[in-house]
Design a protein around this ligand. Structure first.
Ligand code: ADQ
Length: 466
């Protein structure tokens, strides 16, 4: 089997794997244990200049090859073009995006630098799988260096309608860069339609048929087992005891303006205002560790949340009950899994999200005898599969309040019926199946082409013999 080369902005530290690992490391675990692999990308560290030769660390069958980013590249490529321009635009938020020519230049420079550092590590029959919006141009840069390997690209975040995407300066260059990719994966059919539309509008119609939807999943059985185990630990016991018999609603997100946190908090406030029977009967725990804390919009979001949580707690708290518990520190994943199982309501209301794995994790974490209710944004990719959720418009606090009321008063049979359909969906698309399907699409064509070439050689051989 040929070697798999994963390229992603961030490379996990293999020494920190195990129970606390999240994100892409979990999704790729199966693929990485079954074949020789290289995982290439940014170390997470900075230096005066971007490194030209990666540091390599071997663990199991995977070589982790990482580069430090130069200070200027960190500012322009990472904070600038990736986080301040692409991230908002891809989440339909043109108005929040900040564009600067130096950021675009930095983005191109780092994509080229990554390609130059990766190319010498490649073998002719490697299969390359590039991840996410930080590296839209990597495939084109590799091609420019003469790399002929199969290259796949997967976009973890949404792709907006072309009218939005084309508002991004340099949109055209990004779409042209995708022409170097053999298989382009996105999370949902809507994303695929949008990307195809943008490619066609940009004169890259030939690339459009290479775009397909590959919804990402979780390690469903693993997460369910983790939640069941962690349910019986001191941390979860303490949380349970502190609720004094009240229901728990939980939100788990990175502190990001796409996650709809202000509207969610406002929605919870509306619940207490409009449905007084739930006052002092429910506690909302929001875990949202600070991410990208050095970007201005994120600092503003933090201030806004501090204020609105304070306001609602001030208005509705009783001496023995506070409505909202809000934690901006990181909480370990295993503990979160236990909390999710305890929570009667999972509140997942991003304004836009590629998929949202927290929604799937909440479903997997439930006690099959007495599952909770998922209140889910219709604008999360996960909504396509999780039709058993109570779906809401995440921009509308009143809609969130009404959904919470529905969830809190839902009869046990309906809860079970809804959860059963969702659990089946979460089990049907897992991290492993996602990975297999994408690689089959990427390599299947190669295998077919290889078979075709072999067939052609055999036919030529027969003709010669005849
Ligand atoms: P994210 O925006 O990071 O990912 P999400 O899918 O919700 O969003 O979470 C990814 C992982 O991070 C999950 O395993 C989740 O449990 C974990 N996580 C989130 N918040 C956490 C917290 N507060 N503490 C600990 N762990 C936390 C991007 C896209 C998503 C897409 C994923 C995967 O934005 O739409 O689902 O990639 O493709």
């Amino acid at each position: 089997m040929s070697r798999l080369v994963i390229v992603a902005n961030r490379v996990p530290d293999p020494r920190e794997r195990g129970a606390s690992a999240g994100g892409l490391a979990v999704a790729l675990k199966d693929a990485l244990t079954r074949r020789e692999a290289v995982w290439f990308g940014w170390s997470g560290g900075t230096a005066a200049e971007t490194a030209t030769t990666p540091r390599e660390l071997r663990q199991g069958r995977t070589t982790y090859a990482t580069l430090d980013l130069g200070e200027a590249d960190y500012r322009h490529y990472y904070q600038g073009f990736s986080n301040a321009a692409l991230w908002p635009v891809l989440h339909y938020r043109l108005g929040v995006a900040r564009f600067a020519r130096e950021d675009w230049i930095g983005y191109r420079r780092v994509n080229a630098a990554f390609a130059a550092a990766l190319a010498p590590l490649l073998r002719p029959d490697d299969v390359i799988w590039v991840h996410d919006f930080h590296l839209f141009l990597l495939a084109a840069e590799l091609r420019a260096l003469g790399c002929r390997q199969r290259i796949g690209f997967f976009l973890h975040v949404p792709f907006p309608p072309r009218q939005v995407f084309l508002g991004l300066p340099n949109a055209q260059a990004i779409l042209a860069g995708l022409a170097a990719v053999d298989t382009i994966g996105v999370q949902t059919e809507d994303d695929a339609e949008n990307l195809r539309g943008a490619l066609i509008a940009a004169g890259e119609a030939a690339v459009a048929p290479r775009v397909g939807a590959f919804p990402i999943g979780i390690d469903t059985a693993g997460f369910a087992a983790l939640a069941a185990r962690r349910y019986r630990t001191k941390e979860v016991d303490q949380l349970r005891a502190s609720l004094a018999g009240r229901a728990l609603a939980i939100g788990v997100d990175r502190l990001d303006y796409t996650k709809g946190l202000p509207q969610r908090i406002a929605g919870f406030g509306k619940l207490l205002e409009r449905f007084p029977r739930h006052r002092a009967k429910i506690t909302f725990l929001q875990v949202a560790p600070v991410s990208r804390g050095d970007v201005a919009q994120y600092r503003a979001l933090r201030r806004e949340l501090d204020e609105s949580v304070g306001r609602i707690n001030g208005q509705y708290a009783e001496p023995d009950w506070g409505p909202i518990r809000y934690i901006t520190r990181a909480v370990a994943r295993p503990t979160l899994a236990g909390y999710m199982r305890l929570a009667k309501i999972g509140l997942v209301t991003p304004l836009r999200d590629g998929m949202n794995l927290v929604a799937k994790e909440y479903v997997a974490a439930q006690d099959p005898e007495a599952p909770g209710v998922l209140v889910l944004s219709r604008f999360a990719g996960a909504a396509g599969e999780l039709q058993g959720a109570v779906l809401v418009n995440p921009l509308d606090p009143d809609d969130i309040a009404e959904a919470l009321d529905v969830a809190l008063t839902m009869p046990a049979e309906e809860r079970l019926a809804r959860w059963t359909t969702m659990e089946a969906a979460v089990r049907a698309t897992t991290a492993t199946s996602w990975c297999k399907q994408f690689l089959a699409a990427l390599e299947g064509e190669e295998a077919a082409a290889e078979a075709g070439r072999a067939g052609g050689r055999r036919a030529a051989g027969r003709r010669k013999a005849a």
